[in-house]
Design a protein around this ligand. Structure first.
Ligand code: 13P
Length: 303
């Protein structure tokens, strides 16, 4: 089907199904174009929590994001257009492994990054995203924090607080392996006027080179407020699309291999298919959902 027809069909069915389409900032341009809302992980969970009118939420992102929407909104159909889209970072921890690790500690709080399964959230005290991780950690009365599963975000927060933040051995392969210190130094040398923004999922050795460490929507805000004309984008390369769209007079330089294949799986065809069939609904067992919801709501109340 031609793209223009696809878009028309999606718009028509979206109305009939009382659906909304949410998209993460890393999604392909045509997906962002059809979405009712595009944002970072925190904004998307806030939107999902507030989506009172909708009966269906088409979640253009990866599995843990749609699962978080279900945790907050079990009465709605939450659909992932490609049910196979996961997050390698979220897969670095299971609830069983977390519970085993907790046997080694006492008097410690567990903060789980939103890039984790509902089962892991259910065993955590509070959830966080890249935009509020430091605030979440500082809000806790415990001094010792086990931070799961992203070790780079944990190390970054540890460098910004007096608390002791103990990292889990997990990382995002894109931010940890493909956004390297060597390439960052090279890009900075090639573009001496550019400001370097780095996502806190990158290694500390990369973060120390950055003019600003922030999540994806933090990058949008930084670029809007900055008088600089050129920016090195230290996150998934898809981020450059929205940055350029909203700041056409500025230039964005991305790391050459920083593509998340899972984030690129959603297509207009799959969105249309989801609206037609209402298949691939995300569901979490109620006992897990209720426990996970406590951790997510506690975070949202702070944000
Ligand atoms: P943001 O919350 O900054 O959008 O990050 C999401 C993510 O999964 C980064 O890899």
């Amino acid at each position: 089907m031609e793209k223009i027809n696809l878009v028309e069909q999606i718009k028509k069915l979206k109305k009939e199904r009382k659906a909304i389409i949410l998209s993460h900032n890393y999604q392909p341009p045509e997906v962002q174009g059809i979405a009712d809302f595009v944002g970072d992980s925190l904004e998307l969970s806030q939107k999902a929590a507030a989506a009172t009118e909708a009966e269906v939420i088409i979640f253009c992102g990866v599995h843990f994001m749609a699962e978080t929407a279900y945790i907050l909104n079990p009465g709605k159909k939450i659909i992932l257009p490609d049910p196979e889209t996961g997050c390698p970072l979220a897969n670095t921890i299971t609830a069983k492994a977390l519970l085993e690790e907790l046997e080694n500690y006492s008097n410690l709080a567990v903060v789980c990054y939103i890039n984790s399964s509902a089962e892991v959230k259910a065993e955590s005290d509070i959830c966080c995203t890249s935009s509020n991780a430091l605030k979440v950690v500082e809000s806790l009365r415990e001094h010792q924090i086990l931070f799961v599963p992203d070790k780079n975000l944990a190390n970054y927060v540890n460098s910004q607080t007096d608390k002791l933040v103990i990292p889990w051995e997990g990382s995002c392969p894109i931010h940890d392996k493909l956004i390297t210190r060597e390439e960052a130094l090279k890009l900075k040398e090639e573009h001496p006027e550019a400001k370097f923004m780095a996502h806190p999922e990158c290694r500390l050795e990369v973060l120390v080179l950055a003019d600003r460490v922030c999540g994806t929507s933090g990058m949008l805000k930084y670029v809007k407020e900055s008088s600089a004309k050129e920016f090195i984008v230290g996150t998934e390369a898809g981020m450059a699309y929205r940055l350029k769209k909203e700041n056409p007079d500025k230039n964005f330089i991305t790391f050459k291999e920083s593509i998340c294949p899972d984030m690129k799986c959603v297509t207009l065809e799959k969105i249309l298919h989801s609206l037609e069939t209402l298949n691939s609904c995300i569901v979490v067992p109620e006992s897990v959902r209720l426990k996970a919801k406590r951790a997510v709501v506690r975070m949202l109340e702070l944000s």
